[in-house]
Design a protein around this ligand. Structure first.
Ligand code: GCU
Length: 404
């Protein structure tokens, strides 16, 4: 049901008074002073809060999973890359879900680092490569992207190539792995299909109150892609990347799966990197209203009641420490609260410091197009909600230093 929501606020002077929960003070008031204490006394309680109250728990283990390389070309993209398309099969309760990974590895670079990121409309949309398999899964219609009848066709090949500078990645010695997120869970308020449905008991039609919404299902899918990538001997390490709703999923994947050696959140906004308690742009009430399937049912009790949350999103970032993490905003992307993303990176940094790593200090400022690259990095790009070459240039430069 759509509830009337207060007007979105874009005025800094109208932000409610709030304090940012201290990552280094436990729920019972204990002060954390070193990384060991952090891991033993604090990290788990924060993790469990996010797991039960925000994204929702994965209900059980899979019964089986399988990988099959269904297509391979060692001379793809004019000889620059090896291309593989891998079919992954997930089984539970006699039901199966299949998804495809598209993987490019740079020729001439053994043991390459790989960026893994979901795409919004199908693997064939990230490149003009004619050999990329077109997804059969449900797809959101888009006139701009030439998708109609909820089905991708040849017409949408390469329509999102602008967001994926694959040549640049390959030239720098990086690979790319991508998956269409709709193959894991179609992005609609309907729990009858996708990954969730594999796990239901008889007669169950949706996840239980503290169980996973779509973001947690997408994060789980990233980990299943990682199961394959982790065993590919031509890959050294995997940095998980995501834009917007898929940035939220990338952050949760980074928090739940320590095999990701780095995490990139591009304009992830509300329920991603941005502090919720500022109630700037999109709020918990609005996101739960527009996308009731993204979070666990239990998160709905915080709709328009952000002040009652004992955590905020900077604590999601702390769950990734001390691994490299890049939070990126765009100055015109006010809906995602760019300043709230910056503050979140600042407030997460004290956990990185416990490990002797640098983040964004409380005296740093977010100048437009002046990245701050530390283990926890941040940039505020000029322009709108998008993924641009500028963003990727920064990610690659940062990965060279911090995540190789
Ligand atoms: C909507 C939504 C955001 C989300 C974005 C996207 O704007 O409100 O939370 O990040 O879609 O995924 O592009």
């Amino acid at each position: 049901m759509l509830l009337a929501q207060p007007e979105a606020n874009y005025d800094e002077t109208k932000i409610p008074k709030f304090s940012v929960p201290d990552p280094l003070t436990s729920f019972s008031g204990l002060t954390i002073t070193d990384s060991l204490q952090w891991e033993e006394k604090r990290k788990l309680e924060i993790f469990q809060f996010f797991e039960k109250q925000i994204y929702g728990k994965v209900p059980a283990l899979l019964d089986e999973y399988s990988f099959k390389v269904i297509e391979q070309d060692n001379n793809a993209l004019g000889g620059k890359a090896q291309r593989k398309q891998i079919a992954v099969g997930l089984k539970k309760n006699g039901r199966t879900l299949n998804f495809n990974i598209l993987l490019y590895l740079p020729n001439g670079h053994e043991n390459a680092p790989v960026f893994l990121g979901y795409n919004f409309h199908g693997n064939h949309t990230v490149t003009n490569d004619p050999n990329v398999i077109i997804t059969e899964a449900w797809n959101a219609n888009s006139t701009d992207l030439k998708i109609s009848n909820n089905k991708a066709t040849e017409a949408s090949r390469g329509v999102r190539a602008n967001r994926w500078p694959i040549d640049k990645m390959l030239d720098k010695g990086y690979g790319l792995a991508t998956v269409y997120y709709g193959e894991i869970d179609p992005d609609k308020n309907d729990f009858s299909d996708g990954l969730h449905s594999l796990f239901y008991d008889e007669e169950q039609t949706k996840p239980k109150t503290n169980e996973w919404g779509s973001i947690a299902a997408w994060a789980f899918g990233l980990s299943r892609a990682m199961d394959y990538l982790d065993n590919d001997t031509n890959i050294s390490n995997v940095i998980v990347f995501g834009h917007s709703r898929l940035g939220k999923a990338a952050l949760w994947a980074g928090a739940t799966d320590p095999r990701f050696t780095g995490v990139i959140s591009n304009n992830s906004g509300c329920g991603g990197a941005a502090l919720s308690k500022r109630k700037f742009g999109e709020t918990i009430g609005r996101i739960n209203n527009s996308f009731p399937h993204w979070f666990s049912e239990s998160f709905k009790k915080y709709s328009n009641r952000e002040e009652t949350l004992p955590v905020d999103q900077h604590q999601l970032l702390t769950l990734i420490a001390p691994r490299p993490l890049y939070v990126a905003s765009a100055i015109e992307d006010e809906w995602a609260d760019p300043k709230g993303e910056f503050l979140s990176a600042q407030h997460a940094s004290k956990v990185y410091e416990l490990y002797g790593k640098k983040g964004i200090s409380l005296t740093d400022v977010h100048e437009v197009d002046r990245p701050i690259q530390q283990t926890l990095a941040y940039h505020m790009r000029s322009g709108k909600h998008d993924v641009t070459d500028y963003d990727w240039d920064q990610y690659i430069t940062w990965a060279e230093t911090f995540s190789r």
